[in-house]
Ligand binder design. Structure first.
Ligand SMILES: [Mg+2]
Length: 363
């Protein structure tokens, strides 16, 4: 179970249909993929994915360099492994690029640990359940007209999703923002949960105005209404609006999550696996949220987040955005609106080796 080799690759995985998100054209999902192999031949893998090329090669280089320090460590001691790598990079951390470089390695170690123990990750990490409700989040962008948005939401519901999340933030008035939500509601009917993500695009005043109008729309949460560092603003919105506030996907470190939770600024905490630095810190943040009676959700990578969220009692919903489907043999299956955690050991996922070779970018 000692790590013998570590390989890191950067992959550019083209998307089927290019789109515009946060004002940028997206034509590919960039991955940093790490593979660890133990002396007894167990291989674990992990990755981060982002729909932009920026700094991906740099993260790949950093991950490759950090990975050299995993050699000789046991995959059954991920805390020791994480600590060793974090100390190597502590002068540029915590957080930021260091966490993004650490995450593929940490996930790979956990995958190999599960394979060594013969247990799926959700059970190895706690084993609270084996499936969770999911929501569709892909293709519901601000660049679509209200009609296009409604059609996209309806197609997700027709494909079995019990909830959808749409983006807001580009309309000139709160009323026009609300019109987008109403168009989706009319298309999907009263029983589908609708979440709204403002992607930090509003001022506090605009967030308050729009939130007031959305209060009667029956939305399940309002995500990132203001910038993530405006903790006081989030807390004020949570106090004033009769609508659950969700945030957290931009935070890196346990201390930042503690500040957000202590300020009673959110009803739902969202964790981005790449930014928090992998599975090892993810568990601590989820436990901290539990101590504050706050449910946790994952940001993207549903095939990995489903394990983590199923492992803890305060796991809430899995965001379904299949950005890595192009390098995997299969994605977790959707059953009656729930995403089922893979039952095979570790992540229970299989890389499509031919696709990995095809999409590898030389460094
Ligand atoms: Mg978001």
């Amino acid at each position: 179970m000692k790590i013998a080799t570590v390989d890191v690759d950067v992959l550019r995985v083209p998307v089927d249909r290019p789109y515009v998100a946060a004002g940028r054209a997206v034509d590919a999902n960039w991955h940093v993929l790490a593979r660890v192999t133990t002396a007894d031949g167990v291989q674990g893998f992990g990755y981060i994915v982002y729909p932009r090329p920026d700094l991906m090669m740099a993260i790949g280089h950093a991950s490759r360099e950090l990975g050299e320090h995993l050699v000789g460590l046991s995959v059954l001691e991920p805390e020791a492994a994480w600590d060793r790598l974090a100390r190597r990079g502590d002068w540029v951390g915590p957080g930021g690029l260091l966490h993004c470089a650490l995450t593929p390695l940490d996930v790979a170690v956990w995958d190999a640990a599960g394979k060594t123990m013969g247990q799926p990750l959700h059970r190895l990490l706690g084993g609270y359940r084996d499936r969770l409700p999911t929501y569709a989040s892909d293709g519901l962008w601000v660049s679509l007209s209200p009609d296009e948005l409604a059609a996209s939401a309806k197609s997700h519901v027709d494909n079995g999703f019990p909830a959808v999340k749409l983006r807001l933030g580009k309309e000139p008035t709160p009323e026009l923002e609300a019109r987008r939500v109403h168009a989706v509601r009319a298309a999907v009917g009263p029983d589908v949960r609708i979440m709204v993500d403002a992607t930090e695009s509003w001022s506090l005043t605009r967030a308050r105005q729009t939130g007031r109008i959305l209060q009667d729309s029956g939305i399940a949460w309002l995500e990132d209404p203001v910038h993530h560092l405006d903790v006081a603003g989030l807390a004020a919105l949570r106090r004033r609006l009769d609508i659950p506030i969700a945030a957290g996907e931009h935070l890196y470190h346990l201390d930042a999550f503690r500040s957000l939770l202590d300020a009673r600024a959110v009803d739902v905490l969202i964790l981005d696996l790449a930014r928090v630095g992998g599975v090892t810190p993810w568990r601590k943040i989820a436990a901290l949220a539990q101590a504050h009676r706050i449910p946790v959700c994952g940001h993207v990578v549903p095939e990995i987040q489903v394990h983590l969220l199923c492992a803890v009692p305060n796991g809430y919903l899995v965001e379904y955005v299949p950005r890595s489907a192009g390098i995997l043999k299969s994605m977790p299956r959707l059953e009656r609106g729930e995403l089922v955690a893979p039952q095979k050991p570790g992540l229970g996922l299989e890389l499509d080796d031919a696709a990995v070779r095809r999409y590898r970018v030389s460094s």
